[in-house]
Design a protein around this ligand. Structure first.
Ligand code: GTP
Ligand code: MG
Length: 446
């Protein structure tokens, strides 16, 4: 934290401008050594100043320099941002110059880490910054932004406060049993309070399933016997001739993917090789990949041919997929109906869009996407947070289970463990190692 750090904060490559960011106590000293223009010591905070960057007598670039004075900055330290012309050469030259004049290259996420260590943001907000940068869909962006604003922090903090109050009550009862004006805490008082905390934790944990769909997108695999029209369906979804379509069974041999956005969700379609018994080595590998894709997918569309009788293989495929992620699509309804099916299915063809529209609705229904859209958007986005919240739930559950069989001071151990778990989520309790791992996933310069 004593070092002054610097990094290129914009994406590497050719662009109109690049930003070299410097943060730390020597930030202004360093810029003064390489900048010619106004006297930056005299300018106000939050100003942008025109001038030149020089390496001794050599002009390096014409720039705009932002001066941001501690403490109202991203890191809470003095920050300088040099807006230079874009392009790899100029940007690197300026970065080298900043390094030569006393800064050290920032590690990934180090600016955000400082914002956390200096107390400006908690860990959920820091992690949300990374989520925002990596957001793949509009919805993922909104959720991340909500968490940067403190949505998740406020929820966890208030839960932690409720647990803290319980702990204080128990503590007072244990330490001062002789005082008469202190409410005696009994199992009857504790039980509903613990249950309420448990229910609130459960709601957040339930939402985390949605977080995966929001952040990673929804994987939809198309499987079926050869020639049923899987690749045609993919192409229709994408409005593009992405996969090869022929009337020869076994046309698709490898996985073909493409994505669309549906109501803000990223939907990633995976077209697979038609599944059948085959002696062809290449096709065999393709069939294995199809089976794997089925396992990995959030939704599996089993494609059948309306123009053919149901085969044993069709039935096997239907049974291969668990009901909660299976959609059966009966394709080629422009041709004569020869298929009979007991299971629920979606009907259509790849000539017009009606079948595709029905499939979109079926995907939305299956995953309850409309509900996700209107819920409160408090999602935990990463394994670290989810894991800690699950531990907190277990600890609260253990206190509830032991409520009648253990003395109250023993219950306090479980309750205070839960309190610590929540503290770790927001970073009020943390280990240095954890921070290193967490921030190493960030971009350099953020
Ligand atoms: N009549 C009709 N033909 C279709 C329809 N959809 C696809 N086809 C035809 O069915 C044949 C097979 O289509 P594909 O999309 O290649 O089928 P596939 O399931 O990907 O086949 P494999 O890659 O071999 O597993 C092609 O000749 C398509 O033009 C449809 O809705 N109606
Ligand atoms: Mg195909």
């Amino acid at each position: 934290m004593e070092d002054t750090i610097c990094a290129i904060s914009t994406a590497k490559g050719v662009g109109a401008i690049s930003i070299i960011r410097i943060s730390g106590k020597d930030a202004f000293k360093i810029i003064n050594k390489i900048y010619k223009g106004k006297d930056l010591n005299k300018v106000e905070s939050n100003t942008i100043n025109y001038g030149y960057i020089y390496d001794k007598d050599e002009l390096i670039d014409e720039v705009l320099v932002s001066i941001l004075k501690s403490p109202k900055t991203y890191t809470m330290e003095d920050i300088v941002e040099i807006n230079s012309h874009g392009g790899i050469n100029t940007t690197n030259r300026i970065l080298e110059l900043v390094l030569e004049n006393g800064a050290r290259l920032a590690e990934p996420g180090e600016f955000t880490k400082r914002a956390f260590l200096n107390g400006r943001i908690d860990l959920t907000k820091a992690e949300a910054v990374n989520d925002l940068i990596n957001a793949k869909s509009d919805l993922a962006r909104k959720v991340a932004l909500n968490n940067i604003k403190g949505n998740l922090y406020n929820k966890i903090k208030s839960l932690r406060n409720s647990i803290g109050e319980l702990m204080a009550n128990i503590e007072v009862n244990i330490d001062y049993p002789e005082y008469e004006d202190i409410e005696v805490i009994t199992n009857e008082i504790l039980k509903p309070k613990l249950n309420k905390i448990k229910e609130e934790i459960k709601i957040i944990l339930n939402n985390t399933k949605n977080a995966k769909l929001i952040n990673n997108g929804i994987n939809v695999a198309l499987i079926g016997r050869p020639n049923t029209g899987k690749s045609s369906i993919l192409n229709k979804f994408l409005d593009e001739e992405k996969a090869i379509v022929t009337n020869i069974p076994g046309t698709t041999r490898d996985i073909v993917e493409g994505s669309i956005t549906l109501d803000g969700f990223e939907i990633n379609f995976i077209d697979t090789a038609g599944i059948r018994e085959t002696s062809d080595v290449v096709e065999k590998i393709g069939v294995e990949k199809s089976k794997q894709a089925t396992k990995d997918a959030d939704i599996v569309i089993v494609v059948l041919n309306n123009n053919e009788k149901l085969t044993k293989e069709d039935e096997e495929l239907i049974n291969l997929v668990p009901e909660n992620k299976r959609i059966i699509f009966v394709n080629k309804n422009d041709l004569e109906n020869k298929l009979e099916l007991k299971d629920e299915y979606v009907l259509g063809n790849t000539i017009d869009y009606s079948g595709i529209d029905n499939l979109k609705n079926a995907i939305k229904d299956k995953l309850n996407l409309d509900n996700i859209m209107v819920s409160d958007m408090t999602y935990m986005s990463n394994i670290r947070e989810i894991d800690l919240l699950k531990k907190a739930l277990n600890n609260i559950q253990s206190a509830i289970t032991n409520l009648n069989s253990m003395p109250i001071d023993m219950l306090e151990i479980d309750i205070s463990n839960a309190w610590n778990n929540l503290g770790e989520i927001i970073g009020e309790v943390y280990q240095d190692e954890l921070l290193d791992i967490l921030f190493s996933n960030f971009c350099v310069g953020k």
